[in-house]
Design a protein around this ligand. Structure first.
Ligand code: TRP
Length: 475
């Protein structure tokens, strides 16, 4: 009995020891497994898009912005209408395709931020890569000023333009310091908020919601606009070219506009490309981005010009076209407030998704280089950009007379970015992609002719063309 009890105890003890051992063993295994998993996840820490469509939508969200809906119609209005559109489309399908494709391919191949990608080509080149995040801090600093105006105009259209004179309202509003600075900072904050939430929860989410909304509002407004009396005059203006208006200045503006609306030259597409899973073929995505951006520009023209002509207003009123000329239209049509509201929400969606794609460039650089969280990167970016964007916002009012190189702060930022930094970055990404990272047409095409055109274009034609453009742009 005693013996039996002993055996019983020994059995229990053995069982316990065995189990403890097993437990420990399992936990060791679990720990090893966990370790290797975290090592792996450290390697694969770079976020990726949920699907090919997420990338396409985000890239379209980046491309379609104020450049298409605010800038394109007024630059087109100043440059003779249809001929400008023709030149713009021609440049997009020829010269712009190569840098667009190269930016995405460099990101996809290196899986790094702009600085890391250039560094991978040659360590010293990382300094050139830094120009991308710097540009992506300068451009939002003036782009977001318009973002702030849009927030305010959305609110204003909500409560109604009443009998305000749009010209007086615009000039009084843009000069008011507190409200403009507050709305610019609010715009910046919204962008940073979604940026900090990450690639899937922030960028993908906002594009999934806003891009379809943008398309729906735009189509409704186009239909409303082309049904106005005498709308055909506006359509003629966009689609019937007058070749006497062709000039060097017009062609240069069309090219700059084409690059800007495709989001080439700041590393946005490179950074978005670095989140693509390796096996995805991106040539179709690139076609979709190009097609969508061009369509949005044309639709924006079809929304604005028929309305402008229908009310006998001037198509070439410049940057105020959307803020001064359109409110005049809104005040005269039935349910003008609702239409105005829809229009400014449209502009807001377009600006937010593009703004986020700009900020993603320095954000990825901060996260990759300094190994900090996206939230911290967002806070740092907020502070830096606020510091530059506040004087830019005030350059329409308080700092109107403060000029550097004969330009207001807003104009100086715009000039430096559009005429110097964007073309330079585009040139560098083509040279580094074509000569160092061995980006080749074989990666995207099967057709031998297309492969040669791409390779020669990337390594010789586009760089020479860009150097020429750069020299002209500096004069
Ligand atoms: N394409 C956007 C627009 O049309 C602006 C933009 C976002 C951009 N990311 C960019 C322009 C990168 C140049 C480079 O408004």
């Amino acid at each position: 009995m005693f013996r039996g009890k002993n055996i019983f105890h020994i059995a229990i003890l053995t069982y316990l020891i065995f189990n403890l051992y097993k437990l420990n063993f399992c936990s060791i295994i679990r720990q090893v497994k966990y370790q290797s998993k975290t090592d792996k996840s450290l390697d694969n820490k770079r976020p990726t898009w949920t699907s090919r469509y997420s990338f396409i939508l985000a890239a379209i969200g980046s491309a379609v912005g104020l450049g298409n809906i605010w800038r394109f119609p007024y630059v087109m209005g100043q440059n003779g209408g249809a001929v400008f559109l023709l030149a713009y489309v021609l440049f997009i399908v020829t010269i712009c395709f190569i840098p667009l494709m190269t930016e995405i391919l460099v990101g996809k191949k290196t899986k790094k931020d702009c600085v890391g990608a250039f560094e991978l080509a040659k360590p010293e080149l990382k300094y050139l890569g830094m120009l991308n995040p710097i540009t992506a801090i300068i451009v939002p600093s003036f782009y977001f000023v318009i973002g702030g105006w849009i927030i305010n105009y959305t609110y204003k259209s909500f409560i109604g333009f009443q009998n305000d004179n749009p010209i007086q309202y615009f000039s009084a509003f843009t000069q008011a310091p507190v409200i403009t600075v507050a709305s610019t900072l609010l715009f910046l904050f919204i962008c940073i908020f979604f940026l900090a939430r990450g690639v899937k929860k922030g960028i993908e989410f906002i594009n999934n919601v806003m891009m379809p909304l943008l398309a729906i509002i735009l189509v409704i407004l186009v239909i409303a606009s082309i049904n106005l009396p005498n709308a055909y005059l506006g359509l003629e203006y966009i689609f019937k070219p007058d070749f006497s208006k062709v000039s060097g200045h017009m062609l240069l503006s069309a090219l700059g506009q084409a690059f800007f609306t495709l989001s080439v030259g700041m590393g946005s597409l490179l950074t978005y490309g670095s989140y693509i899973k390796s096996d995805k073929n991106i040539v179709k995505s690139a076609y979709t981005i190009i097609f969508s951006s061009t369509t949005f520009s044309i639709l924006a023209g079809m929304m604005i010009f028929p309305a402008v002509f229908s009310f006998g207003l001037e198509p070439d009123s410049g940057a105020g076209l959307v803020f001064v000329t359109l409110p005049k239209v809104f005040m005269q049509i039935p349910h003008g407030n609702i239409v105005a509201c829809a229009f400014f929400i449209l502009l807001f969606c377009a600006a937010i998704t593009s703004g986020i794609s700009m900020l993603e460039v320095p954000c990825a650089t901060l996260v990759d280089r300094l190994k900090i969280s996206r939230l911290k990167a967002g806070v740092i970016l907020f502070c830096i950009i606020a510091l530059i964007t506040i004087p830019a916002t005030l350059s329409f009012g308080l700092l109107k007379d403060f000029k550097l190189f004969d330009k207001t702060i807003f104009d100086l930022l715009d000039f430096t970015a559009s005429n110097i930094l964007l073309p330079l970055n585009t040139l560098f990404v083509c040279l580094i992609g074509g000569w160092f990272l061995k980006i080749r047409g074989e990666l995207i095409f099967k057709n031998k002719f297309l492969i040669s055109v791409f390779n020669i274009g990337l390594r010789y034609v586009v760089p020479i063309f860009l150097i020429g453009l750069f020299i002209i742009g500096l004069r």
